[in-house]
Ligand binder design. Sequence first.
Ligand code: NDP
Length: 309
Amino acid sequence: MKRNCVIIGGGPAGYTAAIYAQRAGLQPVLFEGMLPGGQLTTTTHVANYPGFADGIDANALMQAMRAQAENLGAELRGGIVTGVEAQGNDYKVTLDGGETIVTKTVVIATGASAKYLGLPSEEKYKGLGVSACATCDGFFYRRKTVAVVGGGDTACEEATYLASLCKKVYMIVRRNVLRASEAMQKRVFETENIEVLWECSTKEILGDEYGVTGARLQRKDGEVFDVQLDGFFLGIGHHPNSDLFHALVEVDENGYIRTAADCTRTTAKGIFAAGDVQDTRYRQAITAAASGAQAAMDVKAYLDSEYEK
Ligand code: NDP
C-alpha cells in the first residue's frame, strides 16, 4: 500500500507532524529512530515549553507528545530508516530490517545532535551538571559558577545567556581567538562576569556523587589547573542528522537541510524538513514542534495540489 506520508524522527517536530498529518486524514507512519523522544530526553526538566505552569519532566513531555499522536491514530514504529530514494513521483523508504515502503511524501525530522568532547567524565556527569543547552538548563545555575566550552556563536550566545543568570561564567577556548561573529564577541567582552580562558583544553570534568564540581584544564604551554564549577556547558556545535539525505536534498555547508524561506519544502518535490535538522538558529523544542505542524500542513497542501485534483 502506498502511504501518503512517512515521517522520519521521533522528536517534537516528528510527533507534532504526525499529530497534524493524522488530523488532516493522511494516516502517516512515523519512524522513531534510535532515540525516541529526541534530544530533549538527554535533559531533565523543561521549564520553557508553554502550557506547563511548573515546567515538566522532559521525558514526560515527549511521552505525552508521542501518546497524543498515537491516540489520534497515527502509526508509530520503532524502525530505523536506512535509505530514501526517488521512485517516479514517489519515494521508496527502506528500513533497517530490509522492509520498504512507498510514500507520496516524506517529512524529515531527524534533528541534530550536540557535539560533545568525548571525555568519559563528561558522559558520567551528563544531566548532573554537564549540559549542551544553556536555554534548557541555565535556570538551575542561578548565582552559580559555570563554564562554556567553545568559541563560536553558539558558545558566545550560551555564555552571555548564562552570564545573565550566573555569578560567573568561564569560556574555555582552545585557540587565542573566538570564531564567533564580531557582534557576538563584543557582547562577550563587554559582559563583566564572563572570563575567557584562552588556549585551554578540558582534560577532565571533576565531580562527586552530587554532580559537577569543576574541570581540569590544560593551557597550550602545558600548565594544568583546576577551576571550580557547578555546571559545564558544551558549545562546540551541533551536527544535523541529515547524512542519509545528502543525495536527495540540498544541504548548507554545515549539513543543515535547506528549506524554502516561507515553508518546510526542501529542494526535492514531496520532501519536507522540520525541526533541528533544518534549523541553524533557534533549536528549541517549541520551534521544532511548530515546524513539525507546518510540515504536515505543507504535506497536505502538496498532496491536495498534486494528487487529488
Ligand atoms: P562553530 O563550528 O561555529 O564553532 C564551534 C566552536 O567550538 C569553535 O570555537 C571551535 O574551536 C570549538 N570547538 C570545536 N570542537 C572543539 C573541541 N573538541 N574542543 C574545544 N573546542 C572545540 O559552531 P557553532 O555552533 O558556534 O555555530 C554553528 C553555525 O551556526 C555558525 O555558522 C554560527 O554562526 C551559527 N550560529 C548563529 C547564531 C546566531 O546568529 N545567533 C547562534 C549560534 C550559531 P575553533 O574555533 O578552534 O575551531
